[in-house]
Design a protein around this ligand. Structure first.
Ligand code: GAR
Length: 195
């Protein structure tokens, strides 16, 4: 059975879908949810479900990413995960941290990568007049949002869409994609999931 740690920054809706998926015949189980924000709503939602939680407030480190990550590593190493899932985790990780978990750290990103790495993905898709949008799960490598793609889900962009309506449609696709990719990845299969 693979051990999974989930890193979050906010509400943790993707985290909840991952937690709920890891049951029964699933090849993985959650061992930790950790956040860079002690007030992240997802922490309480994980704790309610009996999952160990931890937080390290990045603001206490004033831009010293290495020191922040040293603290973040403590609970992660104590939980001994096989796989790390970034799920709405909004801090950029240093190459040293990424290398440590090379080949076993996943991220979900709200665009059809390689389009729109970084922030404001939905606004950029709307501004470009794209007929489709979506989300990507990829392996994390030192270059931001550029690692090997493990899955993508597509949704239409509809007439009258705003950033909010498109984000909601993409988030619903994220909730289907991430558990599907994690189940396949935890079973040792890295072929991309296409939804
Ligand atoms: C999701 O849309 C996720 O793709 C995005 O943040 C949201 C988190 O939602 N992640 C990024 O933008 C990563 N750079 P959640 O906390 O409800 O899962």
């Amino acid at each position: 059975m693979k051990r999974v740690a989930i890193l979050i920054s906010g509400s943790g809706s993707n985290m909840l879908c991952l937690l709920e998926s890891m049951q029964g015949a699933h090849p993985a189980r959650p061992v930790l949810v950790v956040s860079n924000d002690p007030a992240a709503a997802g922490l309480a939602r994980a704790a309610e479900r009996g999952i160990a939680t931890a937080s390290v407030d990045h603001r206490a480190f004033k831009g010293d990413r290495a020191a922040f990550e040293a603290e973040l590593l403590r609970p992660i190493l104590a939980a001994a995960p096989d796989i790390l899932c970034l799920a709405g985790f909004m801090r950029v990780l240093t190459p040293a941290f990424v290398e440590r978990f090379r080949g076993r750290m996943l991220n979900i990103h709200p665009s059809l990568l390689p389009k729109y790495p970084g922030l404001h993905t939905h606004a950029r898709a709307l501004a470009a007049g794209d007929p489709q949008a979506g989300c990507t799960v990829h392996e994390v490598t030192p270059e931001l949002d550029a690692g090997p793609i493990l899955g993508q889900a597509r949704v239409p962009v509809l007439p009258g869409d705003t950033e909010a309506t498109l984000a909601a449609r993409v988030l619903e696709a994220e909730h289907r994609l991430y558990p599907a990719v994690l189940a396949r990845f935890a079973a040792g299969d890295r072929r991309p999931v296409l939804l």
